[in-house]
Write a protein that binds this ligand. Structure first.
Ligand SMILES: C[S@@+](CC[C@H](N)C(=O)[O-])C[C@H]1O[C@@H](n2cnc3c(N)ncnc32)[C@H](O)[C@@H]1O
Length: 269
């Protein structure tokens, strides 16, 4: 189903969600310790690196990137004008270039960046393999790509809801996308918010790889699908958007409950 794994629907989704994104979504689902553990794999070890943050949203990951890299050398790209508008309000991101664009067709030259970062965006991409191939294409040889995203749920109710919402890939799919694109020296780490029980299935993964040589990826991709990404409102699309958004919204009370429970347990311990 993956009702919001579509470009127009994801844009609609973020025209609403951007209002509470920094306040409600990241503190519950994508926390600073998770972000920092994921970004370790990007090896931001030189302030002069040229970095692109794809699906950068309100700039939560970008804020950490500009802690390590000169802001003028960082570019944020997102397809949601609402999310980028929030990023424009942040002083720490003033000097960062902000571009409206699509993860599956990056507006950058081949071999032009040192690092590619994308956190929490893959779940909305209709064709993740195409986007990972784009990550490969825009990197210089020796450049490193980092992709972080959720993992397929195994609890039956969570699986149904997550599948109705968007793409929750299996870990092997992330590895396949990277290997097929041509990345080498692939590394992975699992990340989860503090309320996630360590005995549950892995919550999310960050995966990184290095581009070994200059040029385009060698994998053959089918021509890009010419789906209706115009955003034309039809009853069917509205129904899909509503069903996907409701399924996504169901995760908020669940996460709140586990978050409160984890805090109470820590206080009692
Ligand atoms: C969950 S937010 C993550 C934002 C940010 N990376 C962070 O770490 O907080 C997902 C972002 O991906 C963006 N997005 C979804 N599909 C996209 C696409 N095809 N191209 C570019 N951005 C996309 C959304 O607009 C949204 O801002």
């Amino acid at each position: 189903m993956h009702f919001i794994q579509h470009k127009a629907e994801a844009r609609w989704f973020y025209s609403v969600v951007s209002k509470g994104y920094d306040r409600w979504i990241n503190p519950l689902f994508w926390t600073a310790p998770m972000r920092d553990a994921a970004l370790e794999l990007a090896r931001l070890d030189d302030p002069a690196l040229e970095v692109v943050d794809v699906g950068a949203g309100t700039g939560f990951a970008t804020e950490a990137i500009v802690g390590a890299v000169v802001p003028e050398r960082v570019t944020m790209l997102d397809q949601s004008p609402h999310q980028l508008a929030r990023a424009r309000r942040k002083r720490s991101l003033e000097a960062v270039e902000k571009l409206l664009g699509d993860a599956e067709a990056l507006p950058f030259a081949t071999d032009s960046r040192d690092r590619y970062v994308s956190t929490g965006s893959v779940e909305y991409w209709p064709d993740p393999q195409r986007a990972v191939a784009e990550a490969y294409r825009v990197l210089r040889p020796g450049g490193r790509a980092l992709l972080a995203g959720p993992l397929r749920r195994t609890h039956p109710i969570a699986r149904r809801l997550s599948d109705a919402w968007m793409l929750f890939p299996a870990e092997d799919e992330y590895v396949d996308w990277f290997e097929r694109a041509g990345f080498e020296r692939i590394e992975r780490v699992h990340v989860a918010p503090a309320w996630w029980d360590e005995h549950w299935d892995p919550y999310a993964v960050a995966i990184a790889g290095v581009k070994p040589r200059a040029g385009e990826p060698s994998l053959a991709l089918a021509p890009a699908a010419s789906g209706d990404e115009s955003g034309a409102v039809t009853p069917a699309r509205l129904a899909r958007f509503a069903a996907g958004s409701l399924a996504g919204a169901a995760f908020i009370p669940v996460a709140l409950w586990f978050s409160v429970r984890a805090r109470l347990r820590r206080l009692r311990a």
